[in-house]
Each structure stands twice: as structure tokens, then as C-alpha cells.
Design a binder for this molecule. Structure first.
Ligand code: A4P
Ligand code: MG
Length: 184
């Protein structure tokens, strides 16, 4: 099993829903287990035109090799209507492999660590949210790279789910008062 990190982004269609659905899709694969998912962030397009992106990062454990994980990411992108009219075109869904264990891969189809992840707030900020001590092979601690990307606009979205965060203390006795005469 290998711990891998994926960067997920979208800026076409209902990007927020697509990001959530893509994580559910990953979690349903029997070849991997999702270990952690960052918050969703609204981010300024970097080296790209178009609308703001929504981005998140997922940490997972997988029995797949790196090429098979890339193929899975591309199948999921395709399922969500990904088209590639030109480089860095707006997209319904992009899933990139950021890290694959401590592997350093440089083949025609796959470069890991992702070559541009160290210069991008939309990757570094969510990754450090999940794991403050994350180390990027060949680059050192991810948190040390944050000052250099501080000028890139990024905003954490509030979760829509009201169940998120610390649960309020439930006074079960008040919800369900004990009948008179019966001790609580
Ligand atoms: N490929 C090589 N290495 C990898 C890898 N580690 N993970 C190859 C995934 N794919 C990898 O990918 C093009 C080719 O890269 C694939 O055929 C694969 O074999 P793609 O998904 O068609 O295009 P891409 O991901 O847009 O390409 P690239 O070059 O990775 O783009 P970037 O650098 O990731 O930029 N701004 C914001 N705010 N948020 C974003 O998410 N994304 C981009 C894309 C630009 N600006 C952005 C965002
Ligand atoms: Mg991609």
C-alpha cells in the first residue's frame, strides 16, 4: 500500500458539487482508502484564464501503482465531462497526482512530485491543512513554501453541512424529559 496525495480542481459547471462527488467516487474504489480530505478553497486562476477555481487535496492509501492511479484519475475526470480544448483550459474536473509515497517519477505520462505543486497556494494550503508536517520529496517541508505563494488569492469555503465541527453538548434529559417520579 502507498500513501498518495491528489490535487483536485474545477472551474466549470457546479464545481463545488463536482469536487464532493469526485471524492465520493474515489472513496468507493476498492483499490484505495481516503485517509483525509481538505476543506474546499476558492482560488484565483494561476497561469490560466477563466473563472475562479475550487480546489481541494485528498490523502489516500492505495494498492494501485502510480500509472494505474493516474488512469483511475483520468477515468473519473472523463466521467465528470472533462474536455481538453487547450492547455490550462477551464475544466469540469482535474485530478492530479501530487505525491506517490516518496517516489520520484519522471516518465512521459507522469511526473511526481507534481512539478508545479511547490509554487501553488491552491495545492500547498490545503495539503498543509491536512498535514502540517508534510514533506515534499526533494523540496522539504510544504509549510516552508507557503510564504513564497502568499500573494496567490485563496479563501477557505465554509462547509455547507451544519453537522461539521464541534458538536454542541446535547442535554438528552431536556430533549426527552424523564416522566415524573422516575430519576434521571
Ligand atoms: N501528467 C504528468 N504528471 C502528472 C501528474 N502528477 N498528475 C500528465 C496528473 N497528470 C500528470 O494533464 C496533462 C498530462 O499531464 C496528462 O496527460 C498526464 O499524463 P491534464 O489533466 O490534461 O492537464 P492539467 O492537469 O491541466 O495539466 P498540468 O500541466 O498538470 O496543469 P497544472 O500545472 O496542474 O495547471 N489555478 C487554480 N487556481 N487552480 C487549479 O486547479 N490548475 C491549473 C492546471 C492551472 N491553474 C490553476 C489550476
Ligand atoms: Mg490534470
Amino acid at each position: 500500500m502507498t500513501v498518495a496525495w491528489l490535487g483536485i480542481g474545477a472551474n466549470l459547471g457546479d464545481a463545488r458539487q463536482t469536487l464532493k462527488d469526485a471524492v465520493v467516487c474515489l472513496a468507493q474504489q476498492h483499490t484505495l482508502a481516503v485517509l483525509a480530505k481538505s476543506s474546499i478553497y476558492r482560488t484565483a486562476p494561476i497561469d490560466a484564464d477563466g473563472d475562479d477555481y475550487l480546489n481541494c487535496v485528498v490523502k489516500l492509501d492505495t494498492s494501485l501503482g502510480a500509472p494505474e492511479l493516474l488512469a483511475l484519475c483520468q477515468r473519473i475526470e472523463h466521467h465528470f465531462g472533462r474536455e481538453r480544448p487547450f492547455r490550462n483550459a477551464p475544466r469540469t474536473l482535474d485530478i492530479d497526482i501530487l505525491l506517490f509515497g516518496d517516489a520520484v517519477i519522471d516518465t512521459a505520462d507522469l511526473t511526481v512530485p507534481h512539478p508545479r505543486m511547490t509554487a501553488r497556494a491552491f495545492v500547498l494550503v490545503p495539503a498543509v491543512e491536512i498535514e502540517p508536517d508534510l514533506v515534499i520529496p526533494g523540496h522539504g517541508p510544504a509549510s516552508a513554501l507557503l510564504p513564497a505563494v502568499a500573494d496567490q488569492r485563496i479563501e477557505k469555503l465554509k462547509p455547507l453541512c451544519q453537522c461539521f465541527g464541534a458538536a454542541p453538548a446535547i442535554d438528552r434529559a431536556q430533549d426527552n424529559p424523564a416522566p415524573d417520579g422516575i430519576g434521571r
